[in-house]
Design a protein around this ligand. Sequence first.
Ligand code: ADP
Ligand code: MG
Length: 269
Amino acid sequence: MGCRLSALGCREPQLASIASTPDSRHPRAKTMSALLQYEQPEPVAQKALIQLDEISKTYDSGENAVQALRGVDVAIEKGEFVAIIGPSGSGKSTLMHILGCLDTPTTGKYWLDGEDVAEMSARALARVRNQKIGFVFQTFNLLPRASILKNVELPLLYAGVGREERRDAAFKALQRVGLEKRAKHRPNELSGGQRQRVAIARALVNNPSLILADEPTGNLDQKTGSDIINIFEELAAHDETIVLVTHDPAIAARTQRRITLVDGEIVNE
Ligand code: ADP
Ligand code: MG
């Protein structure tokens, strides 16, 4: 596991953390920090967990191009619980896809957890998704024939984590959503709200920097949806960062912060 991660380039963040803590009292500190800066010609300044600068996205569908995002600037700090709202066609899904590293912007900058991800290759983006982002979908997207424990293990399987470590982490993630007693059950033995809690456990299992939820309460009744928001609230209180898209004003009102999109632009945040 360690080798795999270093092969994927996790040395840079370590270097960045060394570079950010030079001891200024040490006589060689200045030289050291100058050297470290030389090693990193473009040091990532202290940024928010998520920082979008002037993001635009244009879809080229044949002759008529659609400008889905027009100069979006957003900074989101670790531990924030944010809703993206706005009318249909305003660019919410496009923004979610960019935040989730499923798509790249046409122009603009995106830093996620100190990494410049706006111009990464598809392969690099897949690595970022696997390591840094947990996804929760409206339709849960669980494997019906696998136990919920196995469902939660899945992102770790993709990440190459060994069996025992996978099982431990998945069990702990199920504990965080209160479903550890159901670990051996299959999704069809659970209610909709419980299935969405499994999906949240799966999103949490590899300790992501960001949890992205696309209409996570869209298939749930009001009470169950509200219970799901309680879980997100609690996770945010424990410093998880959550961004969700919702059509439901009652759900949006439960978050700490709302970002409203109209015609691809942020209005009166
Ligand atoms: P929302 O999620 O707020 O409904 P979207 O981000 O899905 O909005 O869409 C924003 C605009 O971009 C819309 O005009 C939509 O038709 C257009 N759009 C979205 N995806 C594509 C695509 N793959 N190709 C062309 N146009 C697209
Ligand atoms: Mg949409």
